[in-house]
Design a protein around this ligand. Sequence first.
Ligand code: AMP
Ligand code: TRP
Length: 354
Amino acid sequence: MTAFKPLVFSGVQPTGNLHLGNYLGALTKFVALQDSHDCIYCVVDMHSITAQLVHADLIEQTRSITAAFLASGIDPKKHIVFNQSRVPQHAELAWIFNCVARIGWMNRMTQFKDKAGKDRENASLGLLAYPSLMAADILVYRATHVPVGDDQKQHLELTRDIATKFNNDFSGRIADLGIGVDMMNGDEKVNGFFPLTEPLIEGPATRVMSLRDGTKKMSKSDPSDLSRINLTDDADEISKKIRKAKTDPEALPSELDGLKDRPEAENLVGIFAALSGVTREQVIADFGGQQFSVFKPALAELAVEKLAPISAEMRRISDDRAYVDAVLRDGGERAGALAEATMKDVRRIVGFLH
Ligand code: AMP
Ligand code: TRP
């Protein structure tokens, strides 16, 4: 084999409501990639139990994220939509990756440090090993491209480190079995079993910030609901949250440079650009010199126009539970067949007798 077939994989955890950051940082990219690539989109329910083991409504949350995927425009017939726990090969490969990766690599992950907080000794072992499962999600399909928000960059670098170490550690076996693929690692030509996955992190909204504090990421776990726009918010809530969004007293600058040290203004301009599909320069060209009393209503109108149809469609799809479950079942079967094909080779490489 000479090259990996391009394949897109990404995952979203079924914990909490999806918000504008997830939508702009992830979902809109998932949708855009469908025209040019084969895509696999996964609701990563196994990741959800790493930070909190018992959830009252994990099944409902899994359905709700699936409904958001479908409402955003992901086509589950052309592509694959499923929930992670249906395909146990993810866990099987994650175990092998736990033995490839080093504890030091995991300890360095900023997401682990943030989520574990001060009491690291008391974090679950699963939370520490989270990136190993994430690498398995991607590599069990030998996916080549992963669209994510900026916060996942470090995890994707680790995914490449795991692929590289696996390819090196087992290079003899991979060569003996004749199942290696030639690829480039920077300028160097290498042969290995797993691809070195490329992150896809671009656009004006790779890191959407809190509406209450422009230095903090918009997040599902922020205690203030005013900090984020949820995909389930109605038009009134969206308008209210934008009206109340923190800003500074200055007008918008007439040059992009003028957004430096104005994190709240920069965030709102980025959101406007991403929602309207133009550059931040264009937004500044249109609104430079205007007060927030003019810009905020325009942003609210745009956000309602773009998000209201999605939340209506999400509600409609969520009501059809049989349809959502059928999508996940069908996607799980197709994903399972692909994952098993990879694992047959991986078991031979590692030396497991089957
Ligand atoms: P999560 O909800 O943490 O599973 O994240 C799902 C996807 O949304 C991932 O690709 C994240 O990188 C992305 N994401 C989460 N929060 C933000 C944000 N504030 N801005 C941009 N992307 C985000
Ligand atoms: N860690 C990702 C997040 O919190 C979710 C995720 C799990 C993921 N597995 C993945 C993203 C594989 C991309 C590819 O957002």
